[in-house]
Design a binder for this molecule. Structure first.
Ligand code: GDP
Ligand code: IMO
Ligand code: MG
Length: 428
């Protein structure tokens, strides 16, 4: 079967949006399987930058169906703003965009609860995007949630009110001040607009597409190190960001998965709180942030920067069954005399390991680095892999050998065109 999964192997913002848009012409369907408006996926082409939050990154391609799967949590207000932003470009979203009736809704009170919960945590806050993600998934697993399909039901408002009454009790517990009158009208307006779009049983749609031999690309959000099961808990998001999450979040069987395309930056970034072994709180970290414009696509927050963490990347490849690697932002590391790569962790008892400890908070690790020669010059206009600096290709080989996986694509700039596909290792 022809389901390929593309997902982030670090703490998000690896460049998933850019690559899904780049690869989309090879597929008939692109489907988001988890997350929601916490995601910010940036696409750049024809000199224009687009940021998508819930809409799949295949949307700009004529003739490709885009699916928002059951595993996604949808904020209707954010969603309608995204639709508005697409209108000037003549994107045929009425025809090409399908929303699972089983996707859960983010209510205005979910956002309030996110803010209240973070405020109550004080210094231990997750650093959430405050988009209501955690509370919406809590209601889903707590079996209280409202789903997109429910908006068609005559008693939707009654059910909405029941859930909001429960939320009001929780907000009282947090002693959180709010005014729902500010957000409710926009919510119900967006719900009416949502009814005009294609709400579907997308699991059937995907199954039929795969049966007919169509190619489907599942688009992940966030990254493996933010996964609810395997990320740096509790500093994680509330969904399954791994390959298994694609099956759950779309309703496709594991045997349908073909290629697993794992995407990573040539260095690491993290936005929000939580452990980050290779973080650089110095001028080098600042230089990476400046060169990589490392500011959040959703919240504008400054991203924490550090060297590449290979034990963490190896862990992510293992959990996802990655078959091909895509390395992003190689251009950002241009100009450093030396580049460090973390190859092992040193534990507090002196043990050297490549394994991720149970909890990085209780068992902090010291990164063990290997230093590689850097490269320089403007590589953003290169079109062939062989034209890239020798030391950059050496960096690629080093990672490939460590992970025993091919790096099939190297990205050298934000534009769709600044992408070097190494056809020799890309079997599509
Ligand atoms: P996503 O969440 O994984 O889709 O990634 P984001 O869009 O949040 O963040 C990636 C950022 O890096 C965006 O601003 C992209 O335009 C930009 N970007 C993607 N690939 C490259 C690259 O190869 N080089 C540079 N310099 N920027 C890139
Ligand atoms: P994309 O898809 C980077 C981070 C937040 C916070 C933690 C929990 O663009 O890669 P949440 O709002 O989910 O409760 O926040 O996860 N986070 C992301 N970081 N990229 C993202 O998405 C993220 N989505 C959530 O900063 O630390
Ligand atoms: Mg992002």
């Amino acid at each position: 079967m022809n389901l390929d999964v593309l997902l982030g192997l670090q703490w998000g913002d690896e460049g998933k949006g850019k690559i899904v848009d780049f690869l989309a012409p090879k597929y008939q369907l692109v489907a988001r399987f988890q997350g929601g408006p916490n995601a910010g996926h940036t696409l750049e082409f024809d000199g224009i930058k687009h940021v998508l939050h819930q809409i799949p990154s295949g949307i700009f391609h004529e003739g490709i169906q885009n699916v928002i799967g059951n595993g996604v949590v949808i904020d209707p207000v954010v969603f309608m703003k995204e639709i508005e932003a697409l209108k000037p470009y003549g994107v045929p979203y009425q025809r090409n965009l399908f929303i699972s009736k089983k996707a859960h809704l983010i209510l205005p009170t979910h956002r309030l609860l996110d803010a209240a919960s973070e405020a109550a945590k004080g210094k231990e806050k997750i650093g959430s995007t405050l988009r209501g993600i955690g509370p919406a998934y809590m209601d889903k697993t707590g079996r209280n949630g409202l789903r997109v399909g429910d908006i068609l039901s005559p008693d939707f408002k009654k059910r909405y009110q029941k859930l909001v009454d429960k939320h009001k009790g929780l907000l009282e517990f947090y002693r959180y001040e709010y005014d729902l009158n500010e957000s409710e009208p926009a919510f119900f307006e967006a719900i009416e607009q949502l009814k005009e779009l294609r709400l579907a049983d997308t699991e059937y749609m995907l199954s039929e597409a795969l049966q007919q031999g169509k190619r489907v690309l599942a688009e992940g959000a966030q990254g493996t190190l933010l996964d609810i099961e395997f990320g740096s808990y509790p500093y994680v998001t509330s969904s399954h960001t791994t390959t298994a999450g694609a099956c759950i979040g779309l309703g496709v069987a594991p045997k349908a998965v073909h290629e697993v395309l794992g995407i990573f930056k040539a260095y690491c970034t993290r936005v929000g709180s939580g452990p980050f072994p290779t973080e650089l709180n110095d001028e080098t970290g600042e230089a990476i942030r400046r060169a990589g414009h490392e500011f959040g696509s959703t919240t504008g927050r400054s991203r924490r920067c550090g060297w590449l963490d290979l034990p963490a990347l190896r862990y992510a490849c293992m959990l996802n069954g990655v078959t091909q690697l895509f390395m992003m932002k190689a251009d950002v590391l241009s100009g450093f005399d030396e580049i460090k790569v973390c190859t092992h962790y040193k534990l507090s008892d002196g043990t050297i390991t490549r394994q991720m400890p149970y909890c990085l908070l209780n068992e902090p690790v010291e990164p063990v680095y290997e230093t590689l020669p850097g490269w320089s010059g403007n590589i953003e206009a290169s079109t062939a892999y062989e034209d890239l600096p020798r030391n950059l290709r050496h960096y690629v080989n080093f990672i490939e050998e460590y992970l025993h996986l091919p790096i099939a694509l190297v990205s050298i700039g934000p534009d769709r065109a600044q992408t070097i596909l190494r056809k020799n290792v890309f079997s599509m």
